[in-house]
Design a protein around this ligand. Structure first.
Ligand code: GLU
Length: 280
C-alpha cells in the first residue's frame, strides 16, 4: 500500500506552494487507496508556533485535503533522533564540530579550493581532522558541539547507491554532494536530514513527495537510510510554484497565503485549480 506524507514546518501560514506539495502527496496516496499522513516538522522551536500548526490543519481541512490518522510532531520524537545519532556516532560516522558560523566562513575564504555543492560552499572539514586528544579536551570544556556526518567514510561504507524518482527515473547517489552535513545542531540536538530519515521510516512512508529544490538532500537521505539500516522509499520531486516573476513562493508571499485567499472569498475549488497537475 502506498503511504505518503505532507511535512510542513509550522513556521508560517500555508501558501499555494505548500498546498501543491500536500495535494501531490494526497493524490498519489489516493490513486491507489493508500494513506496520506501529516507530520509537523517543528524541531526548530525558535521558529515553530502552535498557532501556525493549528492554522495549517484548518487550511488543509478547509481545502478538503484531509489526512489519515493523527498528525505527528517532530518535537515529540527527540529520543528517536538521539538513538539514530548514537548509532552513527558509535559507528564512527559522526564527529563533533565546534566551529562557529564565522569560523567556517573564514576558513572557506582562506582555502584555495573550498569544496562546493549545488547551494554554495560546503563545510570545509575543519573538525573532521581534530586529534582524538583535542576532541576530548573540547568536549570536556563544555562547549556544545554540532555533530556532522563523515561523508567520506559514509560513502566508503555504502558503496554505489541510487534512488527511484517517479518523475526523473533512477538517480545515482553522489554521497558527498552536500559534504559533511549537520546531523545534530548544537541547539536542537537533531537536524532536518536526520529527523526526516528517521520519521519516514517510522511512519512507513513508501513514497516521499517533496519539492525539487530538495533533490540534493535526497542524496544525503539515501546515505543515512543505508547507514541506519532503514528501508529506501521511492521519491517524487515535484515542480515548485513560483510567483509571476518566477520567484519561488515563500512565507513572505502573504498575498498567496491560503488565509488571505480565503479572506478574498476564493473557494477551495478555485484555489486547487491554481495548481499544476499533481504529477508535475
Ligand atoms: N519540512 C520540509 C518543508 O517544509 C519538507 C521536508 C520533506 O518533505 O522532506 O519544506
Amino acid at each position: 500500500m502506498i503511504v505518503t506524507r505532507f511535512a510542513p514546518s509550522p513556521t508560517g501560514r500555508l501558501h499555494l506552494g505548500h498546498v501543491h506539495a500536500a495535494k501531490v502527496a494526497r493524490d498519489l496516496a489516493r490513486s491507489e487507496n493508500g494513506r496520506f499522513l501529516l507530520r509537523f516538522e517543528d524541531i526548530d522551536h525558535t521558529r515553530s508556533r502552535p498557532e501556525y500548526r493549528t492554522g495549517i490543519e484548518e487550511d488543509l481541512h478547509w481545502l478538503g485535503l484531509d489526512w489519515d490518522g493523527v498528525p505527528i510532531d517532530q518535537s515529540q520524537r527527540t529520543t528517536a533522533y538521539a538513538e539514530a545519532l548514537e548509532q552513527l556516532q558509535s559507528g564512527g560516522l559522526a564527529y563533533p564540530c565546534f566551529c562557529t558560523r564565522r569560523e567556517i566562513e573564514t576558513e572557506i575564504g582562506r582555502m584555495l579550493h573550498a569544496p562546493h555543492g549545488p547551494e554554495g560552499a560546503l563545510y570545509p572539514g575543519t573538525c573532521r581532522s581534530l586529534s582524538p586528544q583535542r576532541r576530548k579536551e573540547l568536549l570536556a570544556s563544555g562547549i556544545a558541539p554540532a555533530w556532522r556526518l563523515d561523508s567520506a567514510r559514509a560513502a566508503a561504507i555504502c558503496g554505489d547507491l541510487t534512488f527511484q524518482d517517479l518523475r526523473f527515473g533512477r538517480i545515482p547517489v553522489t554521497p558527498q554532494l552536500l559534504g559533511d552535513v549537520v546531523l545534530a545542531r548544537k541547539d536542537i540536538g537533531t537536524s532536518y536530514h536526520l529527523a526526516v530519515v528517521v520519521d519516514d521510516a517510522w511512519q512507513e512512508i513508501t513514497h516521499v513527495t517533496r519539492g525539487e529544490d530538495l533533490l540534493p538532500s535526497t542524496h544525503v537521505h539515501r546515505l543515512l537510510q543505508t547507514l541506519l539500516g532503514l528501508p529506501a522509499p521511492q521519491y517524487l520531486h515535484h515542480t515548485l510554484i513560483t510567483d509571476e516573476k518566477g520567484v519561488r513562493l515563500a512565507k513572505r508571499h502573504d498575498s498567496l497565503s491560503i488565509a488571505t485567499l480565503r479572506e478574498q472569498k476564493h473557494t477551495p475549488a478555485e484555489i486547487l485549480s491554481m495548481l499544476p497537475a499533481s504529477g508535475d
